[in-house]
Design a protein around this ligand. Structure first.
Ligand code: MG
Length: 453
């Protein structure tokens, strides 16, 4: 796979994002709509999250699409994975107005391909070129597109998820859902109710001011969820980011589950049942590789970004391989029997299935995972390429992987150093079985980085 994320000028790893009125305006959205409508013909499904700027940006985007001759199905407010599912089933492309986990003043766009995946680098660069050169195929009056309402189709997404599980698998469970005033208010409580769970909700009003918590489901923001789990004696609490492609959990004691551990709990269940490839970015915890190896499965590492995970999964399936699971260590998990994108609603349902199948508490399942200790830091640098070359030269005897930045594997720890897509710093992740080994290797990396000038 060619890594072209650094060549994109407007889109980041997961779409375009910006602050409303500053670097995200209706003008930009109008031109993005016209660019997309000039690149992809047919019927385009449009959706949005609950942000206050969503209606304004949606009208602008639809205007661009309609003028280039595309028909528009407006699906209204829904999770990104719900729009992806509907595009895969019915439409020629999709456009989701969302800034995912960013604060309320942000908004943006994710573009969806006909197979439900997010648009890859090559097509995105083509889309950007059309955007910047304004090469739009504006149609005459008798060829402009038509618009219709597709909001009733949200039910299809809910039913699709429920259909993957035996009836009433959650019948003995109480769960708490915190959609964070985002679009999962319309889906996850209904999915879990249909699986038989008794469902309590907090922050379930659709509100783009996000009065209960910010769209990023951080441990600090989920205190109310933790309290609700404990007071209702729930088996878990689940929270979503602003567009519900990610899900994070608190256990039955109200403790936040680190997202690599969440990935591990579900990987343990999937890998114990089926052998095949597990696909994940180079930034993911070694927990996942250890679980895959334990059950005789292989792991395939990709650059950081869910589109790379999804497309690598599809590539290996096209080559005749069995792919059982994919995902990122941020609560964005991809279930290949459902669809090739991160899906927070599906992840919530999977956790019900895991707890039923294992008949153990979530905290007990987390305790059984392989041990790990992870350090995440940043190094300020304007010369990321030269710094990476310097780091590689400094560890001549260690295994080097250049899938994204550089991953250096020592016998007792590994480190990933990679440039930020947008800012002058490098992200550093170091992981080992123990805190001591992780800290030691982190110090080794930092002393090499600080000797670079
Ligand atoms: Mg998201």
């Amino acid at each position: 796979m060619s890594l072209k994320k650094q060549s994109k000028r407007l889109f980041g790893t997961n779409g375009v994002r910006g602050v409303i009125g500053k670097d995200m305006t209706p003008d930009i959205m109008l031109n993005l709509g016209a660019a997309l409508g000039s690149l992809r013909k047919g019927t385009v499904a449009v959706g949005r999250d609950t942000r206050t700027s969503g209606p304004a940006l949606s009208h602008a985007l639809k205007s661009g699409l309609l003028l280039t001759g595309c028909d528009v199905i407006d699906c209204g407010i829904l999770p990104t994975p719900a729009l992806q599912y509907l595009v895969k089933e019915h439409y020629d492309a999709g456009a989701m107005i969302t800034a995912s986990h960013n604060p309320p003043e942000y908004n943006g766009l994710k573009v969806i391909e006909p197979d439900g995946t997010e648009m890859g680098d090559d097509a995105t660069i083509e889309l950007e070129n059309r955007f910047f050169s304004k090469s739009f195929t504006i149609q005459p009056w008798d060829k402009v597109g038509t618009e219709s309402d597709g909001s009733a189709r949200l039910e299809e997404y809910i039913s699709a998820i429920v259909s993957h599980f035996p009836p009433d698998i959650g019948k003995n469970f109480t769960v708490v859902v915190d959609p964070g005033s985002g679009p999962a208010s319309l889906t996850t409580p209904r999915i879990l109710t249909r699986l038989g769970c008794r469902v309590h909700t907090i922050n379930d009003q659709l509100d783009g001011r996000f009065p209960g918590r910010l769209p990023e489901p951080s441990a600090e923001g989920l205190r109310a969820l933790s309290d609700a789990v404990v007071s209702t004696k729930a088996v878990f609490g689940v929270a979503h980011d602003g567009d519900a492609d990610r899900a994070v959990f608190v256990d039955e004691n109200g403790n936040y589950i680190e997202e690599n551990q969440e990935f591990g709990v579900i990987a343990e269940e999937i890998c114990s049942r089926e052998k095949g490839l597990v696909v994940t970015p180079v930034s993911t915890s070694q927990i996942i590789e250890k679980i895959a190896e334990k059950y005789g499965s292989n792991i395939k590492y990709t650059p950081v970004g869910s589109i790379y995970v999804a497309r690598t999964m599809l590539d290996h399936i096209s080559a005749g391989e069995k792919v059982v699971f994919g995902g990122e260590g941020n609560g964005g998990l991809i279930f290949p029997n459902h669809q090739f994108c991160r899906d927070g609603g599906m992840t919530a349902a999977m956790m019900v299935w895991v707890l039923t199948s294992r008949n153990q508490s979530l905290s007990a399942l987390v305790k059984k995972l392989p041990r790990n200790f992870m350090i995440k830091e940043k190094i300020h640098s304007h010369k990321s390429g030269a710094l990476i070359a310097h780091i590689i030269q400094s560890f001549p005897h260690l295994k080097i992987d250049k899938t994204d930045g550089v991953k250096i594997s020592a016998p007792s720890a590994w480190a990933l150093i990679r440039p930020s897509g947008t800012e002058p710093f490098m992200r550093v992740i170091v992981e080992s079985d123990t805190r001591e080994n992780a800290e030691k290797f982190y110090q080794d990396i930092m002393s090499v980085a600080s000797s670079f000038s």
